[in-house]
Design a protein around this ligand. Sequence first.
Ligand code: ADP
Length: 393
Amino acid sequence: MGNVTLKRVTKEYDDVTAVKDMNLDIQDGEFVCLVGPSGCGKSTTMETIAGLTLPTGGEVTIGGKDVTNLPPKDRGIAMVFQNIALFPHMDVYDNVSFGLRLRNFEKEEIDRRVERAADILQIGDLLDRKPSELSGGQRQRVAIGRAIVRDPEAFLMDEPLANLDAKLRVHMRTELQRLHKELGTTIIYVTHDQAEAMTMSDRIAVLNDGRLQQIAPPLTCYNEPANQFVAGFIGSPSMNFIEGEITERGFTSEFVSVEFDPTDFGVSVGSAVTLGVRPEDVYLTDQTIGVDHPTTQIDTTTDVMEPMGDEIFVYLAHGDRKTTSMKEGPQKSDQLLMSVDPDIDISEEEHVEVFFDRSNLHLFDQNTSEAICHSLVSPPAKSTLGERATTED
Ligand code: ADP
């Protein structure tokens, strides 16, 4: 059984806490991505599961067995890394079977396993080639083949596609999903790319500063982020955040107000909150069709526009203010990013009125950054908050 659990795992280096109180419960056969910005502790978490580094606190189990202090070879896992270390002087067959030969497997069993892996990965006709005669994608498949033949309880993959070009990366994502379906083996996959995590995994574990922020299916992280960090990290371009406060009439900021009864949402008058709205949930006033719960209109001026082909990103300034171009999404409370259809007639420095859909508005507590709700339709629907991180401060 390939279920993997981390119980309050902490890893401290001299003056850095790379991972803090991490609790993870990964089911047998699950595909889980560990995702987060550089330095958030993804690789360290993976290395503690692999046994490449020992945690300073906590416990790791694989298949119900405590492996916290076992060496990597005794954990029943197989690893695939970003840097594919194939032996250049060996052909594909020898590279794939290397680990089995080292463990003195019978020739027949080795042949059987290599053949099966080659079948799954469609590298059967490459078995007598040397790594230098393979493309990047083929080399990566060979590296995965080497992991498959070990028949592990779980695959640990640390940014395995990072060195491939964009097109091949997208192709290999599909291949990995197919592979997962075929093998049904647990995959734990590290990536800093939220799009990669969104497209492949059963659940995403979002990390920041060595702590687990949320572990939930991709769409739950997207639609019901547990806190402002997850809301900003998942989704591209990033969610708009507007700082304001709660009054008796609802949410108020310098430019935006949304009316609701605070008692319906359990927020107290006077509390400092941040309103979150995704760029695709900002609408022009003539787009009201299909929006059941529009907010009142907001006065804006268009600034920079970025045509993407299938959509246009339009940066908006409230009133007559100017924004600056913000590739990473809007940063300040008086800036908004909207995504519109490419056939909408809109130009720069145009006065436009926009509105939001209340059913897609998020509220975050400014003190804790925790999500308060994911809809401002009154009365609120029963809370459907995703599974929260169980880490403690
Ligand atoms: P990620 O994989 O998310 O980029 P890492 O797990 O590699 O992050 O690193 C988490 C933090 O731990 C970073 O601040 C990093 O500098 C630190 N760190 C990682 N490995 C070591 C080490 N061997 N010695 C000291 N600090 C380390």
